[in-house]
Design a protein around this ligand. Structure first.
Ligand code: AMP
Length: 379
């Protein structure tokens, strides 16, 4: 594929904060941006030349994307693969529908990882009460039961520690597929973010170390506190997955680390929350890198310019308006940067923004990012 050069228009499926930040990078590189947001209140609406509000999968929206875009990408893997099938007959689409079909389904994703000999937590596919019993016998407790499709940020996921807690699970009536996954105890969670361009060039970011709270990412620090051997293992896994998927764009591989062992938790064929600190701390942000990769441009330098940390700003409770407090206090901290996503309503656990701190050490950056997080609030 010859490069799609600035001046062309990039279509983004999805209008959340990831689409907003991809779009901002695309705009600064000189691309036009069309966002298929699916609704009016979308963070990416303000950076787009054109916003489509039809629901994803709508044929009118599909035609409009073909008419107005030179190339299509996405911010979110749970887009109808059939829409991407149709779009890709007329325009380059990265990542492909084939990549979506694997990464939209935890069972398909796991089958891929197994076929590559990549370690994962012991697991069993479940649809019926009988399957549930088999999974309980074979994999055991404590476990995480996850919907095969559509779960995100701890949603569609149940933690079962004891036999009694099995009663909290939805009825397994054969209609929905789940994955019963052994809860593993790990030392830390990491993510590998790499970019693969349509020309086959691959660049990997330094590994990110992640701390989750209630199934949602809370804090990322970089560099991660891992040995060079663990970093090399994780990077090798991510490269193997990227080649197997033949992905174009950013790929994120979330892993659990125990001692010197690395197993994969989840794949995301897109820019990732744990890569937000690349905006300030890396030579090339993950968002610019994604645009370069899908457009077939040379990939940028992924090196970290300085240690950094990112903390997510989540909504505490539902509020009809967004008033941010503590901004002056947070921004008075050294090398702290605030990103608010422009969401129109606060909801509990909703990602409203994030703060990044850059420092002389990752510990310093973490301390300042947490200070800023403590100062900020929504009321
Ligand atoms: P997921 O939606 O699969 O990324 O899960 C969200 C978070 O829940 C992960 O980042 C982990 O902190 C935790 N988690 C998920 N699966 C497991 C598991 N099998 N064992 C232990 N913790 C898990």
């Amino acid at each position: 594929m010859s490069p799609v050069l600035p001046g062309a228009t990039l279509g983004i499926l999805g209008g959340g904060q990831l689409g907003r930040m991809i779009g901002m990078s695309a705009r600064s590189l000189g691309y036009g941006v069309v966002v298929w947001a699916g609704h009016y209140d979308a963070p990416a609406r303000v950076i787009a030349d054109r916003v489509l509000t039809q629901s994803h999968g709508d044929i009118g929206g599909t035609i409009e994307m073909m008419r107005t875009c030179d190339l299509v990408t996405l911010e979110w893997e749970n887009m109808p693969a059939e829409t991407v099938d149709v779009l890709s007959e007329h325009r380059p689409c990265h990542p492909s529908a084939a990549v979506l079909r694997v990464t939209q389904d935890r069972l398909a994703e796991r089958a891929l990882l197994e076929s590559l000999g990549i370690g994962t937590a012991p697991a069993w596919g479940v649809r019926t009460a009988d399957d549930l019993h088999t999974a309980w016998q074979r994999v055991g407790l404590p476990a995480r039961i996850k919907t095969a499709r559509g779960g995100y940020d701890g949603g569609g996921q149940w933690r079962v520690r004891t036999e009694n807690e099995l009663a909290n699970l939805p009825t397994m009536d054969g209609t929905i597929a789940y994955r019963w996954e052994k809860e593993v105890s790990f030392d830390l969670e990491i993510s590998v973010i790499l970019a693969r361009s349509s020309a086959g060039e691959v660049r990997v970011y330094p590994i990110f170390e992640n701390e989750h709270k209630g199934g949602i990412l809370h804090l990322t620090r970089c560099p991660a506190r891992i040995s060079p051997a663990v970093a090399a293992k994780a990077e090798a896994i991510a490269r193997r997955v990227a080649e197997a998927l033949d992905i174009v764009g950013i790929l994120t591989v979330e892993c659990f680390v125990t001692g010197e062992d690395v197993i994969v938790n989840e794949l995301a064929p897109r820019v990732h929350n744990s890569g937000h600190l690349t905006i300030e701390a890396s030579a090339t942000s993950q968002f610019e890198q994604h645009v370069r990769a899908v457009c077939g441009l040379p990939l940028g330098d992924t090196s970290l310019r300085a240690p950094a940390a990112m903390v997510n700003l989540l909504g505490d409770q539902s509020r009809a308006t967004v008033n941010v407090t503590g901004v002056a206090e947070a921004l008075a901290l050294p090398d702290v940067h605030l990103h608010l996503y422009g969401k129109q309503e606060v909801r509990a656990r909703r990602k409203m923004g994030h703060v990044t701190a850059v420092g002389k050490s990752a510990d310093e950056a973490v301390a300042n990012a947490l200070r800023a997080h403590g100062a900020l609030g929504f009321r």
